[in-house]
Design a protein around this ligand. Structure first.
Ligand SMILES: NC(=O)c1ccc[n+]([C@@H]2O[C@H](COP(=O)([O-])OP(=O)(O)OC[C@H]3O[C@@H](n4cnc5c(N)ncnc54)[C@H](OP(=O)(O)O)[C@@H]3O)[C@@H](O)[C@H]2O)c1
Length: 257
């Protein structure tokens, strides 16, 4: 397998932002990694995980800072800048108190979307108070709580497995948010993959061994390796991290089809 360089110049990045705005045509081969995100018309779902060599995203006590190296973080911020919305589960908000903003590259901040089915967040978490991009919270219609300040609450009818990822994407599309980055954690990404909704999965591996702790994706178990997903990954060197860019759509059949 070839390890491709990123070659991200200021000019290439400005061009990708222009593609995102629809004011430039899709880029050439230098935009292979980011081009499909920037040029997506209509719904596009990217999931991204930053993990250690042994597949962990945090220590058992929940320390998740600095798993990715500096270029891995810059990559994550590029992905945020190219999408309309970034989605995380409530546990990621409780554990990491993330800002979910674009700080390491030029570009717009995405809307921040939190799945808080059972209304567990207290409202004291930073993203509700930092004056950043809009915050949207998906809750179960049965949670009956809407006292999160500075957030738009969207109640959804819960299904057997919680809130339907399809319904969430539909609601976001209705708000003009079509390109979406599902940033974690493991249970949130799994729901979108198992619903067959993830166009591309980015896994950035950093040369770090944590030894134990949660993994980045926790899908339902399979019995045989022949049932494992084997995407045709392209590999990129980010510098500090190695990135696997995996098209997932052809591999996962949405439930019921
Ligand atoms: N390195 C990285 O790339 C990265 C990125 C983000 C987070 N993280 C790490 O991941 C860990 C958190 O991951 P996590 O898997 O525990 O939590 P999570 O995915 O952030 O949040 C899980 C919570 O959201 C709920 N949820 C997610 N999707 C739902 C849906 N469709 N319907 C209803 N409820 C839904 C889950 O409900 P259920 O209980 O019903 O499943 C659970 O309550 C933290 O340690 C964080 O640091 C790492």
């Amino acid at each position: 397998m070839t390890v491709n360089p990123i070659n991200m110049s200021d000019e290439t990045w400005r061009r990708l932002l222009a593609v995102r705005e629809g004011s430039a045509p899709p880029p050439g081969p230098e935009g292979t990694l980011y081009g499909p995100i920037a040029a997506a018309s209509g719904r596009f779902v990217l999931a991204q995980v930053g993990q250690s060599l042994d597949g962990r995203v945090a220590t058992p006590s929940g320390d998740a800072r600095d798993i990715s190296g500096p270029e891995g973080l810059a990559h994550l911020h590029r992905c945020r800048a190219l999408v309309d919305a970034v989605i995380v589960g409530e546990n990621t908000v409780s554990c990491d108190d993330p800002r979910l903003s674009v700080r390491l590259v030029d570009g717009p901040d995405p809307a921040r979307v939190v799945i808080d089915c059972h209304a567990r967040l207290s409202g004291s978490e930073g993203l509700f108070h930092d004056g950043g991009a809009r915050v949207i919270v998906f809750q179960s219609a049965e949670a009956r709580r809407n006292d999160l300040r500075n957030a738009e609450i969207i109640p959804l009818r819960p299904e057997k497995n919680g809130l339907s990822p399809q319904e969430m994407l539909k609601a976001l599309s209705g708000l003009g948010l079509h390109r979406v980055l599902v940033e974690g954690g493991a249970r949130t990404i799994a729901r979108f993959i198992e619903a067959g909704l993830v166009d591309r999965l980015h896994v950035a591996v950093s040369p770090l061994i944590i030894g134990s702790g949660p993994s980045g994706i926790s899908l339902s178990p399979v019995e045989r390796l022949s049932s494992a997903l084997r995407p045709e990954a392209q590999i990129y060197s980010l510098g500090s991290d190695i990135l696997f860019d995996c098209p997932l759509k052809p591999l996962v059949r949405p439930a019921g089809q």
